[in-house]
Design a protein around this ligand. Structure first.
Ligand code: DGJ
Length: 528
């Protein structure tokens, strides 16, 4: 039943809007930049929260991503327990932190681990996928109406609970399932699923893709089994999401275990049926209630990270990074994410529960590891909603030091920007007359920059451990670039307040960003 709250109690629901340049996540009526941390998988108990909040505070995060597990809210069928959710809501409010809940339903990293025992043990009612020879596969089947209905019912209770107990929208988004899909089996071979695979693709899918209705194999060739499973996994998520949304409106996120960043030809597409980038067109048709798909990034390869970000930001879809490894070198990828309009960035495993997912992430949350993330978060903490507002409307560029540390260029209007790494603040590369020690970060995978173009010649620039240079992309005859003004400043109540102008040494060798949190407003011009 839809719970109607008086408008005075029910704050405007968080939602996405499409900006001129990028989609924005609106929270409390204004664009919101979620500087997130995700807790470890088993930190979803009241006693564990004291291991979470200190890290949230040390990093300067404004958003916590936390699992809510089916096994914990419905340990017995029809008996619901929201004690953890209630504690979480209260403590999040006390800590002034927003929440993204992760609904660990029938699929957690594809497995049924977080389903209640009454689901796990009743294979007749909640069937597993089947191999060709009839053997049970580990994953629950998305084709089962009973599993879908039970999962949807439990999720609906969670959303109804939020409708009753979270009118202020401490919870700003919900992720439905976690890294859904199936490893080591492309599709379910149980009789009902096999019949569906033998039949034509759904009419809705054919229409959505603008192709004629035909068999899965004729439509998709070598990807037929993957896309078949994608359709049914996505329909599963759609049914669960809809059940929840009928009680409480919130943005719905689905996260992806990723395959190859560049090609799906070799068959490395992550778990079959998950929202790997190559299956997004199927997912978007099958699951219209899903607002955003988020890549879970666990590669340290900067080119691969950029490719994943490009895939998930394409076609004006909101970009969210619900998980990224928590080792220090991942921290710099916040810049290319924000440069592509990301509204959420969230390292995974950010609590002191004593677990480390090394080698994916850090061996431990030591001081250096926390500092790598807290530095950009502190820079963005005050300016987050200003940045989110700017990113909606203006062209942006974000870049992180690449695998080989070489210079990177990008053109914005008539300006070419170059990012350089491991440079002293003083001096030019070509100077041979002045000797210097090698830069201490010469080999370090740190550094990155973020730029917004506010008008043809005016830019907002920030970053860490990076030098940014401006030049004309194409100078007319006799025309030379010149800096008119570089203001260091900050945003106060949405207004730019200058602290000082940079000139002299501070501008003679590009704009050099080190450890300090600095925003520059740069106005370029030319002379002849
Ligand atoms: C990705 C999953 O989404 C997370 O829940 C977690 O299992 C990590 N992998 C590994 O630590």
């Amino acid at each position: 039943m839809l719970l109607l709250l008086p408008t005075s109690l029910s704050a405007q629901a968080p939602h996405f809007v499409q900006g001129r340049e990028h989609p924005a996540l609106i929270v409390d009526g204004v664009p919101y930049l979620a500087l997130g941390v995700q807790a470890n998988n088993s930190s979803n108990y009241p006693a564990m929260l004291e291991t979470v909040w200190p890290v949230v505070r040390e990093i300067g995060a404004n958003t916590l991503l936390m699992p809510i597990a089916w096994e914990q809210v419905e340990p017995e069928e029809g008996h619901f327990d929201f004690a953890f959710l209630d504690t979480l809501l209260a403590e999040a409010r006390a800590n002034d932190v927003r929440l993204v809940l992760l609904w660990y339903g029938a699929f957690k990293n594809t497995s049924a681990a977080y389903a209640p025992q009454w689901v796990k043990t009743d294979g007749a009612r909640f069937p597993r996928m089947r191999h060709l020879d009839g053997r049970a596969h580990y994953a629950l089947s998305p084709h089962s109406a009973a599993t879908r209905a039970a999962d949807a019912h439990a999720f609906a209770q969670v959303m109804q609970h939020l409708a009753r107990h979270d009118p202020q929208h401490t919870v700003i988004m919900v992720q439905v399932q976690n890294e859904i899909g199936s490893y080591d089996l492309a599709r379910d071979h149980a009789p009902e699923a096999a019949t569906q695979f033998a039949g034509p693709i759904p009419q809705e899918l054919a229409e959505g893709l603008g192709i004629t209705r035909q068999s899965w194999e004729a439509a998709f060739g070598p990807r037929a089994e993957q896309f078949f499973t994608s359709w049914y996994m996505a329909r599963y998520v759609e049914e669960v999401a809809q059940a929840g949304l009928s009680h409480w409106e919130l943005p719905i996120l689905v996260n992806a275990a990723l395959g190859d960043p560049y090609t799906d030809e070799a068959g490395n597409i992550g778990p079959s049926g998950g929202p790997n980038w190559n299956a997004l067109p199927i997912w978007r048709i099958a699951a219209p209630s899903v607002d955003a798909y988020g890549p879970d990034i666990y590669t340290r390869d900067a080119d691969a990270v950029a490719a994943f970000l490009d895939h998930y930001a394409a076609d004006d879809w909101p970009l969210l990074v619900p998980e990224i490894g928590n080792a220090p070198e991942y921290a710099r990828f916040i810049w290319p994410a924000l440069g592509r309009g990301a509204v959420l960035f969230s390292p995974f495993g950010m609590d002191r529960s004593g677990y480390s997912n090394y080698p994916l992430g850090a061996t431990a949350l030591d001081e250096d590891t926390l500092a790598a993330f807290s530095a950009p978060y502190r820079l963005l903490a005050d300016a987050g909603s200003d940045w989110a507002r700017i990113a909606m409307a203006y062209p942006t560029w974000g870049t992180a030091r690449g695998n080989d540390g070489s210079d990177q260029t990008h053109t914005m209007g008539r300006w070419q920007l170059t990012a350089k790494y491991a440079r002293w603040q003083f001096g030019q590369d070509e100077w041979t007359w002045l000797e210097s020690d090698p830069h201490p970060l010469a080999e370090a995978p740190v550094g990155g920059a973020l730029v917004a173009q506010l008008d043809a010649d005016t830019f907002l620039v920030t970053g860490r451990h990076v030098r940014i240079e401006f030049d004309l992309a194409q100078a007319e005859a006799g025309e030379h670039a010149q800096l008119l003004e570089a203001q260091e400043g900050s945003f106060v109540n949405g207004e730019w307040i200058m602290r000082r102008r940079w000139n002299g040494d501070q501008i003679d060798y590009g704009f050099n960003f080190g450890d300090q949190p600095i925003w520059l407003r740069v106005e370029m011009g030319t002379y002849r």
